[in-house]
Design a protein around this ligand. Sequence first.
Ligand code: MV4
Length: 444
Amino acid sequence: MFRKVLIANRGEIALRAIRACRELGIKTVAVYSEADRDSLHVQMADEAICIGPPEPSKSYLDIPRIMSAVEISSADAVYPGYGFLAENPKFAEIVAKSRVKFIGPSPSTLDLIGDKIRTKEIAKKVGIPLVPGSNGAMSLETALRTASKIGYPVVLKASAGGGGRGIRIVMNEKDMREKFPVAVQEADLCFGDGRIYLEKFIINPKHIEFQVLADSKGKVVVLGERECSIQRRHQKLIEEAPSLSVSEKKRQEISEKVGDLCRSIGYEGAGTVEFLMDEDGNFYFMEMNGRIQVEHPVTEMVTCVDIVKWQILIAAGEELTIEPETPRGWAVEMRINAEDPNTFMPSPGKIDRLVLPGGAWVRLDTHIYQGYRIPPHYDSLIAKLVVWGSTREEAIKRSLRALDEFVVEGEGLKTNIDFHKRVLSTLEFKEGRHHIGFVEKLMV
Ligand code: MV4
């Protein structure tokens, strides 16, 4: 087992990883920027090393600075969390070359799943349903031909994009002639890879993703799905597990194929396979993510599996001893952001008054405390409120109760707590009729 893990991240996920290490008897090293001096992860870790100024590019994204901290602390593993360097194949490779274990997929796997075209080809081979479209080196002529065959609207996506970056909707042939060259140029500029692909545009889909754990011996366990349709501009706001739209039969069918995909690429670690589900209940593969995700706790709550602990154990060479199970009850996660509820713009500041929700079946993953000053340099997530209920209805009622208890106040500081109360009170959400356009519709 590892002796000491360096956590190359901040905020709530750094705390999540420190806690998992502590339960496993592993020492922890925090790294922090000058803006995070007073952050909880610095206090909670066994050691802490300042790695630079507030700007992410000079601290949490700076590979040489992180590697110096690894060296100084003589950590034997690195936990990347989400965002920052989590899915950077170069970082994973540099860590490995330093004879330190990167807690995540191999550099070559990260490289592969970063290439959406290649990943879709493999997904197709194992029988995962894809959106009608075209892949590979595509010319304007091919794009026009494919689009007229499958029908507009279509989307153009950058092969090296993902998570909503590098996507364009194309309405007709004229639109295609205009947007195709711009999409190629932008993909080349933004990602250093001008390859793009085309898909039929799915109208009013739900975002449904499957959680996977895979060990180094080839055992793969699919932990069911999460639904993450409540989002705005690709920032998820509410996630739940399981999904109302997924039957046990469908869950088993997709889980099997997701398992096949992971086995066929020799996947190792925690991962997520993302789908869109159309209004007729058809699933379409989108992409695979090779990191722990913000919303992993809802899966933990309905499966009783400690996903972060297993990431560490798998990286240490342990074999999975869990089996897939039908999800038990229902879990909802609300991302509490320090942001203006109307404009969704970040609204950082000092927390003068804080009352945290609690009670049975309420989990709060957060790095904030009374007196904490939320730095303006990072994303605005300040807490994840995760609530379990024996039914979806109970989970929603308990979520509203917990939101009512939650007080975060400070000068100029705003949060989206009331936004969450509003969403959870709508009939559309209660009946599960929402899709990815829900928030935009709610805000007009
Ligand atoms: C789509 C789509 C409609 N049709 N692909 C955006 C994130 C990326 N992972 C996939 N995305 C989309 N791909 C086709 N063929 C609509 C989206 C999309 C979306 C997907 C999931 C959650 C939120 C979204 C918001 C806007 C667009």
